[in-house]
Design a protein around this ligand. Structure first.
Ligand code: NGO
Length: 517
């Protein structure tokens, strides 16, 4: 209701439908990008106008991104936005001429009165540059129907590259299942903030969500349930491949997770023979954790894991395979270490790198294993010692990054065990100095997990992710020296109207001065 009413006001404010729109539709400010770029130099008084004649010029290595950009421009502008494999005057996506500092994911964006040029060393950088350009277009560019324009882009130069290479979001599709279109929708929303990994929590006590040919009952029986008795579901291999391919085009790596040895009731319920006592437990639709465990002493357990990891690795384009490893409170410490050590070997044998929740550091981590820190404390000797040995850490402190925590007591969705997380709380911490002994160089990046005990729909995802996900991605992408809550609030406020046009159901936090008429 609030959003609908403010959208109407916003549209009247921006003068849409008013014939002399040029007076009202000022270009977006070059300084309004989230995450804030490394360097932004406006050229006062200069704007580029995208018109029906504006073409996109690409090279073989940037053609796909050119088509992606055209796909964003066409519905709202109604312009042909033709993509040419040639050089010319218009919007150019070039894999040459970027500064070395841009690295693998950075870019340089130049906007003059006659041209827009994005230069990068690699395609990923061009893609991130396009996301910056997307935020510099009038918010109505996100519309799926033709809007009047004009399509002005502010003049100047942006040079930009990330602080951390791993910028992640996680979605728990196990407690509640989210079908392929919901995943694609979330992918499109998060890449706007330069997220480059989407971790899918594919199995838990309440549901198994990926078809495994050698163990078909995992999905057909173990996938049929969800928290609260809600409908379950699972991805066929074709569905999963569709997600992976959709992500690849958007320079996003899907990180699949099979949580083990705990959080495995759905698997244990599907196959009696996986249980130490040979008896399958009932399927589970509650919200408790820590009660299930794979049978560590049973050889079949490792055949099972080898089959599952093998089939999942074959579907996976990225380097990582997440083995969970959290809250194995029904597994003894000795069994846990035996289990995790063996599973790391299985993952490696299938050519993948292990990520595990930081609990896996209670075993002997491989040098390549990445640990995801998720607790609420800022001192953890086990994690600090691992960092000291060179182990890389993904920062997901639950009291800062868990998107399933409520914003405030009255928030309709979410949990509270790690505390309430308003936007400022999500923003005010330093991933490179959060856990004692885990410095900047030990941190691979930041991931924002969204556990789904209390959420069922895309609207629910969006309400919890926005605006906290962009806040967290600013910590993951932008230089630590640019960290400034007051400046961030201003830039974040400018995203609100964009989300309204995109139909993103965000939380209108009172901490942010959202534009009002
Ligand atoms: C914990 C737990 C999950 C819950 C989540 C809820 C981890 C790593 N294990 O985080 O099973 O869903 O909290 O916030």
């Amino acid at each position: 209701m609030f959003l609908r009413a403010s959208l109407a006001l916003l549209l009247s404010l921006t003068g849409l439908g008013v014939p002399t729109h040029t007076r009202l539709q000022a270009p977006v400010s070059l300084g309004s990008v989230v995450p804030v770029p490394v360097s932004t130099t406006p050229t006062p008084g200069v704007t580029f106008e995208i018109t029906a004649n504006t073409a996109i010029f690409v090279e073989p290595g940037s053609a796909q991104i050119g088509c992606y950009l055209a796909g964003i421009l066409r519905p709202s502008t109604g312009f042909p936005a033709v993509v040419y494999l040639a050089t010319g005057v218009g919007i150019s996506l070039l894999l040459s001429g970027a500064p070395a500092s841009a690295g693998a994911e950075g870019y340089q964006l130049d906007i003059t009165a006659t041209s827009i040029t994005i230069r990068a060393n690699q395609a990923a950088g061009l893609f991130h540059g396009v996301q910056t350009l997307r935020q510099l277009l009038p918010v109505t560019a996100e519309s799926t129907t033709v809007q009047p324009g004009p399509w002005l882009v502010p003049g100047g130069q942006i040079v930009d590259y990330p602080r951390f290479s791993y910028r992640g979001a996680m979605l728990d599709v196990a407690r509640h299942f989210f079908p392929v279109p919901a995943i694609k929708r979330y992918v499109d929303q998060i890449v706007l903030y330069k997220v480059n990994h989407l971790h899918l929590h594919l199995s838990d006590d309440q549901g198994w969500r990926i078809a495994i040919d050698s163990w078909p009952r995992l999905a057909s029986y173990g996938g049929a349930t969800a928290v609260g008795g809600d409908p379950g579901g699972y991805y066929t291999k074709a569905d999963y491949t569709e997600i992976v391919n959709y992500a690849v085009i958007r320079h996003l790596t899907i990180v699949p997770e099979i949580d083990m040895p705990g959080h495995t009731n759905a698997a244990l319920a599907s196959y009696a023979k996986l249980n130490c006592n040979g008896v399958a437990p009932a399927r589970y639709t509650g919200m408790k954790v820590g009660f299930s465990s794979l049978c560590v002493g049973l050889e079949l357990t490792y055949t099972f894991i080898d089959n599952v990891i093998g089939e999942l690795a074959a579907l996976t384009r990225g380097p990582y395979l997440h083995i969970g490893g959290d809250e194995a409170s029904s597994t003894s410490a000795a069994d846990y270490a035996t289990f995790v050590n063996r599973v790391q070997g299985i993952v490696a044998a299938h050519g993948k790198t292990v990520i595990g929740f930081h609990d896996v550091l209670n075993a002997t981590e491989l040098p390549s294993t990445v640990a995801q820190f998720w607790w609420t404390t800022t001192a953890n000797a086990t994690v600090a010692q691992a960092a000291g040995r060179g182990t890389k850490i993904i920062m997901s402190p639950a009291n800062k990054t868990y998107l399933d925590m409520k914003y405030r007591n009255s928030t309709r969705l979410g949990l509270k065990w790690a505390g309430l997380i308003e936007v400022q709380t999500a923003y005010e911490w330093n991933p490179g100095a959060h856990v004692a002994g885990v410095g900047e160089s030990s941190v691979l990046g930041v991931e924002a997990p969204l556990w789904s005990e209390t959420i069922r729909t895309s609207n629910d995802i969006e309400y919890l992710a926005f605006p906290r996900l962009p806040a967290l991605m600013e910590l993951a992408w932008s230089p630590a020296s640019s960290h400034n809550w007051e400046a961030f609030r201003q830039r974040l406020a400018a995203q609100g109207p964009r989300w309204q046009v995109m139909g993103v159901d965000f939380y209108p936090s009172p901490q942010i001065g959202w534009p009002t008429p």
